[in-house]
Design a protein around this ligand. Structure first.
Ligand code: PEP
Length: 248
C-alpha cells in the first residue's frame, strides 16, 4: 500500500519571530513537491505567526505539545482547542525531550493524544528508546510499551503518524543506519498489526527521526517501512527543503 511521504519539522524552543518568519519565507519561495505532506512545529508563541505566514498548500502547522484537557485553569498549558483556533492542524505528542526532561508518562502522553484526536487535531506520536535501552536490547519492547499506552484508549489511528526517534540519535549527529531504522520500523508495524489490526498498521505512516539532514535523507529512500522523517535541527536550515525533496 502506498503511504504518502511525510516530513515534519520540529523547531523545538528555537528561533525568534524574525527567524521563524525567515524559515517560512524560505519554504514559501520553493517549489515543493505536491506529493509530500509537510508539517512544521514552531514554538507555541509563533504558531499563529507561522499559520499566517505560510503560503504553501502542502505545508501545515502544528504544535510541539498539547494538554489532555479542555481550556481552563491549567497555568502554562496549551489546549487542542486553542491550537485549532489559530489555524494549526497537528500536534506532536511524546517527544523524547518531554518524556525525559519533563518526565511525561506513557499514560499522560496517551491521554493527550486521545484528547487532541477527539477534538480534531492530527498527531505525530513520538516513540523511541534511550541508549541504555538500546544496549539492553529492549528497543522494540520500549516502543511497544509506548504505543500500547495509546492503543489501549485510541482505536482509530487514521490521524496518527508515528515518529520513531531513538533518543541517542536526536541532536547528536549520529543517525541510525537506514538498515537499523528499517528493522525497527518493521518491528513497530508488526506490533501495530497485532494491536490495532493489520489494515490500520499498513496504513499508518512511521517516520524516522534523529539527526536527519539534507545529505543522509536520500539513504533511507528504499526502506519499505520508513515513510518519512521528523527533523529537528535541520528543519531550521535551508536543507530542510532537500529533505522534503529526498524521495523525488
Ligand atoms: C527531533 O527532535 O525530533 C529530532 C529528530 O532532532 P534532530 O533532527 O535534531 O536530531
Amino acid at each position: 500500500m502506498a503511504r504518502q511521504f511525510f516530513v515534519g519539522g520540529n523547531f523545538k524552543a528555537n528561533g525568534t519571530k524574525k527567524q521563524v518568519t525567515q524559515i517560512i519565507d524560505n519554504l514559501n519561495s520553493q517549489e515543493l513537491p505536491k506529493e509530500v505532506e509537510v508539517v512544521i512545529a514552531p514554538p507555541s508563541l509563533y504558531i499563529d505567526l507561522a499559520v499566517k505566514e505560510n503560503k504553501q498548500p502542502t505545508v501545515q502547522v502544528g504544535a510541539q505539545n498539547v494538554f489532555n484537557k479542555p481550556p481552563g485553569a491549567y497555568t502554562g498549558e496549551l489546549t487542542a482547542e486553542q491550537i485549532l483556533d489559530v489555524g494549526a492542524t497537528w500536534t506532536l505528542t511524546g517527544h523524547s525531550e518531554r518524556r525525559t526532561i519533563i518526565k511525561e508518562s506513557d499514560e499522560f502522553i496517551a491521554e493527550k493524544t486521545k484528547y487532541a484526536l477527539d477534538n480534531g487535531l492530527k498527531v505525530i506520536l513520538c516513540i523511541g528508546e534511550t541508549l541504555d535501552e538500546r544496549k539492553s536490547d529492549v528497543t522494540l519492547q520500549v516502543c511497544a510499551r509506548q504505543l500500547d499506552a495509546v492503543s489501549k484508549i485510541v482505536s482509530d489511528w487514521k490521524n496518527i503518524v508515528v515518529a520513531y526517534e531513538p533518543v541517542w540519535a536526536i541532536g547528536t549527529g549520529l543517525a541510525a543506519t537506514p538498515d537499523d531504522a528499517q528493522e525497527t520500523h518493521k518491528g513497530i508495524r508488526e506490533h501495530l498489526a497485532k494491536t490495532i489490526g493489520k489494515e490500520q498498521a499498513e496504513a499508518t505512516r512511521i517516520l524516522y527521526g534523529g539527526s536527519v539532514n539534507g545529505k543522509n535523507a536520500p539513504d533511507f529512500r528504499d526502506k519499505a517501512d520508513i515513510d518519512g522523517f521528523l527533523v529537528g535541527g535541520a528543519s531550521l536550515k535551508p536543507e530542510f527543503v532537500d529533505i522534503i525533496k529526498s524521495r523525488l
